[in-house]
Design a protein around this ligand. Structure first.
Ligand SMILES: C[S@@+](CC[C@H](N)C(=O)[O-])C[C@H]1O[C@@H](n2cnc3c(N)ncnc32)[C@H](O)[C@@H]1O
Length: 305
């Protein structure tokens, strides 16, 4: 049965605690009277909503949402997303995306101008290789694993794909501007290399790189900067080098209405056109609807010419 999402009720406490034990493995998280009181307060605090994802059998994910008032934006509130957990047996099946979509809807219904998800929560939702769709993993592996290196994972986030490529023997470096991601990546994938950095200031000699992964990271650039970044990526790559880029597909280049951080959809044809302008030949495309989401995923593979 496909998972569904609903508001948590008092009777869900034991199952929610089971999920939290996966999030905070170092804690016992017993159902004490203090915890029961905190649960009752959580469920009755105005602006607070705990969502649970369930199958017919049991709860398989949860997220804790709070609408926060905000004077700085003329009274427009924002939505804080906390305590995100997807049961370890149900990762890679779209449950995280389903919960995040329901969170976005709740934010929209409450007039929130943004949804705030900490690096820690992002890691919980997407930060393990098990969260990567098998088709995406296969595409990335097929194109980047055979390369002799060096390979860069630009916008590596928590480093799950860098770590995966490293485990396949690729000489890969993950680069991301968020220090919390790099710290997590280094601790989780001790053999791989990671750097805090930005693709806006890519510091590599011309023609030195065999492969680049830009997995859902170009979407965070201002569209006006993308041509320059693709030109820089092309410049640092060897002729014949391979770029694999993943992004959210859409009818036009446009920002998401409700986002974690600023992000844009890119029609796959437009992304392909920009890649050709930057000096690439597009060799493969992938498009897929995302479970429980209105957006679809796209990926292009391009060779530097
Ligand atoms: C949606 S996350 C994807 C992370 C990772 N590639 C994954 O698949 O889970 C987008 C990432 O792009 C990073 N990012 C944003 N701006 C960037 C920039 N200018 N240069 C490099 N990475 C950037 C963000 O910090 C974030 O980690």
């Amino acid at each position: 049965m496909a998972p569904s999402v609903r508001a948590a009720v008092a009777a869900d406490l034991a199952a929610v605690l089971c999920l939290y034990r996966q999030l905070y493995t170092e804690r016992e998280l017993a159902e004490t009277s203090r915890v029961r009181a905190a649960w009752a307060a959580t469920l009755t605090t105005p602006g607070r909503l705990v969502l649970v994802a369930e199958t017919s059998a049991r709860l398989i994910g949860t997220v804790d949402l709070t609408v926060l008032s905000n004077v700085a934006r003329g009274g427009d509130p924002y939505l804080l997303v906390e305590n995100v957990v997807v049961d370890e047996w149900h990762r890679r099946s779209g449950v995280g995306a389903l919960l995040l979509d329901a969170a976005r809807r709740h934010g929209r219904e409450n007039g929130c101008y943004k949804l705030q998800l900490s690096a820690e929560e992002y890691i919980g939702l997407f930060g393990a290789i098990e969260h990567v769709h098998t088709d995406d993993r296969e595409l990335i592996e097929r194109h980047l694993a055979p390369l002799p290196g060096p390979v860069l994972d630009l916008g590596c986030g928590p480093g799950q794909l860098t770590g995966y490529l490293h485990s396949l023997g690729v000489e890969v470096t993950g680069i991301d501007p968020v220090p919390e991601f790099i710290e997590h990546a280094r601790a989780t994938h001790p053999g791989a290399r990671f750097e805090v950095g930005s693709m806006l200031e890519l510091d590599r000699p011309a023609g030195s790189i065999a492969g680049i992964l830009a997995w859902f990271s170009l979407i965070h650039l201002e569209p006006a900067l993308v041509d320059d970044v693709l030109a820089t990526i092309r410049r640092v790559m060897r002729p014949g080098g391979v770029l694999v880029a993943g992004f959210f597909d859409g009818a036009a280049v446009e920002p998401f209405a409700h986002k974690v951080i600023t992000a844009h959809r890119w029609p796959i044809d437009e992304m392909a056109r920009r890649l050709v302008l930057a000096g690439f030949v597009v060799t493969e495309r992938l498009q897929r609807a995302r479970a429980g989401e209105s957006r679809s995923s796209a990926a292009v593979v391009a060779t530097a010419v």
